[in-house]
Write a protein that binds this ligand. Sequence first.
Ligand code: C2E
Ligand code: MG
Ligand code: MG
Length: 459
Amino acid sequence: MSERIKSEELMRYRANHDMLTNIPNRTLLMDRLEQAIARYRRNGDLAALLFMDLDHFKCINDSMGHHVGDMLLVEMAKRLRGICRELDMVARFGGDEFVMLLSDLGSDPRHAASDAELVAERIHEVLSHPFDIGLTEPLATSVSIGIAVVSHADQSAQDLLKFADSAMYQAKKEGRGAFCFYQEETNQWIKKRLLLENALRNSLKNGELEIFYQPIVEVKTKKIVGAEALLRWNHPQLGLMMPDEIIPIAEERGMIVSIGDWVMQEAFMQFRRWRDEHPNGKELTHIAINVSAIQFRQKDFVEKVMGMIQNAQISPSMVEMELTESLFIDKIDSVIETMKRLRAVGINLSIDDFGTGYSSLSYLKRLPFATLKIDKGFVRDIMSDKDDALLIETILSIAQIFNLNVVAEGVEDIEQYEFLRQRNCDYYQGFLCSQPVPSKKFDSLLLENCKQMNEVAAS
Ligand code: C2E
Ligand code: MG
Ligand code: MG
């Protein structure tokens, strides 16, 4: 019996795998692709195919012999398998063609395309090191990659392959070692995104970045007591770009540290100018900056920030660093370490967008936060949604237990303000006071606010 089971298993393995490279073959790939498409139809989970073709393989085969070609394919398969996630699959499709199937890419086509793009880059990367297969010299090769993302419920596995294949030919045309997307619209999106990336790279030295400031208002008195620095990019053609479009690119493409450094320097300097030169500047007690996880995880982060603070001649206790819950997903010990060091030099930490991420109450207890910022998503519906109202009340009482200041974000109307005032929320930000504005505009906001404060005091 067991002999029979074994031989059946072996047969099944052989039917589904390529004997030379020992990776899945076309049959198994098509099977998995059908499943992925079925999942897309059922829950909208996107999948992508990367069709790879070795450049100049025929040349290698003809000039060096088939055994060299074979060895190269075996080594390539190993490297490709090395970068393949467990739920993805790399298969030998035939001759010198390999196909990688990426599954469960989420439901946003742009994210899926960008994931596929990253994998294509990774493939180029791992195959860019020459292969040492016992020849006198290591053998350098490259592949052209065509990418197709499933985009319609009526696409079949065959369609998708055809798309990826034709995109691969497009990539060959663009020069070997390239990759190309099939879908016209995705293609457009990638092109636009690449243009943006390059433009962002130059934005700093072209002086296109700017900081807007949003007042932080004391609820009880309506007095402006601080400012949050929010990044803007004046794109020469596209106009004013918001952080949601800038930060993800900057993070993915390794620009967030230089941009983040610039934001801090600029904001600290501006804060010093307000304190020294604005008639009411002394009313401002703090400047808040947003710090992304990548910035925060730099080894020399604390020293660097302190350098900038000293350079701007402000007190560390006037700096609030806004962190998001994404920081706590990974390497929590070193994150806590950095937080403690920041606290030790007097910098205040706040937790931004509270309630949208991974926060657990134990963080609030363990981590040295001074302030909690309630995400605007909860504030928006406090007047109409009982659950949101209750949630805010709960957050406020938790904050009290942990001795945290609370800032409510996104306060747009007077009813929301009243709700918060009655429940002793400490500060708010929102359009009710002002949108984020350029520094010059902030000057006049502050003047106006102080005038009102004086009038109230006089009456
Ligand atoms: P955030 O820190 O939670 O900032 C608050 C966001 O809410 C800002 O969006 C602000 O314009 C918006 N907002 C303020 N009041 C209201 C209101 O009453 N109603 C509504 N609907 N929205 C309001 P913005 O400027 O687009 O910034 C988005 C996010 O980008 C920020 O969220 C922050 O997480 C991030 N960000 C901004 N600047 C930087 C930066 O320099 N570095 C990093 N790492 N992230 C930044
Ligand atoms: Mg913030
Ligand atoms: Mg926020």
